[in-house]
Write a protein that binds this ligand. Structure first.
Ligand code: ADP
Length: 499
């Protein structure tokens, strides 16, 4: 079968621009596809942060000074390019993959303090990204088989393709996939902004119920017009079609149910393997866990907490948002901090109330709780490696990467059984020696407390615990396993055109 031409469009890609799992998935999948021989090109905005990082990019011949015309304004971009590193930690030239990243350079839109903004033209920033992808393909006369869009930021692309670019034979066979990484972010804007993005006369193609209420949604537009839909775990694909998890999109998704597939995210073990992780001072594997003990001591020292091998360390690495379920902590964690000899190491940033809560825990139990507020990649790796238990009590979790990292790092996760957490963590059963972690179903402090009791009971049996750790470390969620599922999906979308 012939190699495919694949355009991956996203608002984030590791290591250049990342706020969450989407960035890791974009690069991990792109690397897999490139290694598998597909002509894969990644499109992302050239954010100010990337320019400031000193990354060397070069102008892409044939894709310079391209005008994108919106009714009220014409904006210009150029493509600058760099190759995707083989893994986050490997940045030397010899270790670059063959996959090019096409950075959409438009300073007036992307030279802002963060990746995302609350500015009045946020929708223009990402509508522009969609248009820039299609304009670039035209300039290069490169005809993608599949344009793989991700989340609301690239949700308008399928509609642009069907309308503004419908005349171009270059795209006659091109299919679009919209991957939903988190239904909580929908890109909803006032209808009055449709003109600014050149969709003012495409109202017939937008979600009518939204228009009646004076708004439009980039995510829903993508769901309406993409050839196929995917999401990042099998359970989440089912959940988002229900009122409990669908966040108002469930009915629309039900109408496209047969086009929606769940594929659990892969993990890039090039970045996340305790045997080789360059961000760790001590390494370990399932056969020799000495380095894990050393990482535990190093982590506690870094967090200024006393080391005691018998006291389990609980780790948290997370965006601190209501999605992540930390409100369950308030009626459970203090009881355990009071009663048990344990440590809690938290890395996160986000909503003020959560940051304050963790600070309060730290102030109340200064010898048991350490926190770092902010984004810190190296510390994330240290916490995965140096903790004994990982905490992820999410209210909802499309896939979740951290629990998969923690499994590989010998840190059994406590997870609420939802979305990808349900698909990737199996309950530990000391009787059979099977299972990898501690899932619980009910979203309540009571259920979390019961689960923590379950953890402490098992922690006291270190022989069983070693088996649990080993089971987790042997799980394989690599892109080598998950990537081919995307290739199959692309080929199904293309039908006979894939041969
Ligand atoms: P989400 O995409 O919802 O944030 P995931 O578990 O899928 O959650 O992915 C989160 C990714 O972001 C992981 O790679 C995790 O290590 C990283 N991450 C989250 N918060 C931080 C932080 N404060 N510092 C460093 N890395 C973080």
């Amino acid at each position: 079968m012939r190699p495919l031409r694949l355009a991956l469009c996203a608002s984030e890609v590791t290591p250049f621009a990342k706020t969450g799992g989407l960035a890791d998935v974009t690069s991990g999948l792109a690397r897999f596809l490139g290694q598998a021989g597909h002509d894969t090109r990644v499109f992302v905005p050239l954010y100010k942060k990337i320019v400031d990082s000193g990354l060397v990019t070069t102008p892409l011949p044939g894709a310079q000074a391209i005008d994108v015309r919106f009714p009220s304004r014409t904006m210009r971009f150029s493509i600058r390019t760099a190759r995707l590193p083989q893994s986050e930690a490997q940045k030397s030239d010899a270790q670059k993959s063959e996959v090019p990243v096409y950075f959409v350079d438009c300073p007036e839109l992307y030279h802002r303090p963060g990746l995302y903004t609350e500015d009045g033209d946020e929708v223009v920033r990402f509508a522009f990204l969609c248009r820039a992808v299609l304009e670039t393909c035209q300039r290069l006369q490169w005809s993608p088989d599949v344009i793989h869009c991700n989340d609301w930021h690239t949700g308008l692309l399928p509609l642009y393709l069907r309308t503004v670019y419908a005349w171009d034979r270059l795209f006659a066979q091109t299919k679009t996939l919209l991957a939903i990484h988190n239904i909580g972010y929908q890109g909803v804007f006032p209808e009055s902004q449709l003109d600014a993005i050149g969709l003012g006369d495409q109202r017939a193609h937008l979600h009518h119920g939204d228009l009646r209420e004076g708004r439009f949604s980039c995510l829903k537009t993508g769901i309406l017009h993409a050839t196929r839909l995917s999401t990042v775990s099998i359970t989440y694909a089912k959940e988002i079609q229900t009122a409990e998890y669908g966040m108002g999109v469930e009915e629309l998704l039900q109408t496209r149910s047969k086009d929606l597939v769940g594929i659990v995210n892969g993990v890039d073990y090039g970045d996340w393997d305790p045997a080789t992780d360059p961000l760790l001072p001590h390494h370990f594997s399932a056969d020799d866990l000495t380095g894990k003990q050393q990482m535990k001591a190093a982590l506690l020292q870094r967090m200024q907490l006393p080391y005691d091998p018998r006291a389990p360390v609980f780790g948290v690495v997370s965006r601190l948002t209501s999605q992540k379920g930390f409100e369950l902590f308030s009626d459970s964690i203090p009881v355990f901090l009071q009663r048990e000899d344990m440590r809690l190491c938290v890395l996160g940033s986000g909503e003020d109330k959560h940051e304050k809560y963790f600070q309060w825990l730290r102030d109340t139990w200064p010898n048991k709780v350490g926190i770092y507020r902010g984004f810190h990649d190296e510390l994330a790796h240290w916490i995965e490696a140096g903790s004994d238990v990982f905490l992820m009590p999410s209210r909802f979790e499309p896939c979740g990467l951290n629990q998969m990292y923690s499994l590989r790092y010998g840190t059994p996760p406590v997870v609420r059984s939802t979305g990808g957490l349900a698909d990737t963590v199996a309950p530990w059963d000391p009787a059979t020696g099977a299972g990898t972690g501690f899932p619980f179903l009910e979203f309540s402090s009571h259920a979390l407390s019961g689960t923590l009791d379950w953890v402490f009971r098992n922690w006291r049996n270190q022989k069983g615990w070693k088996q649990l750790v080993k089971n987790g470390m042997q799980q394989d969620f690599s892109w080598q396993k998950q990537g081919p599922l995307y290739v199959e999906l692309y080929r199904r979308m293309l039908g006979a055109g894939a041969n």
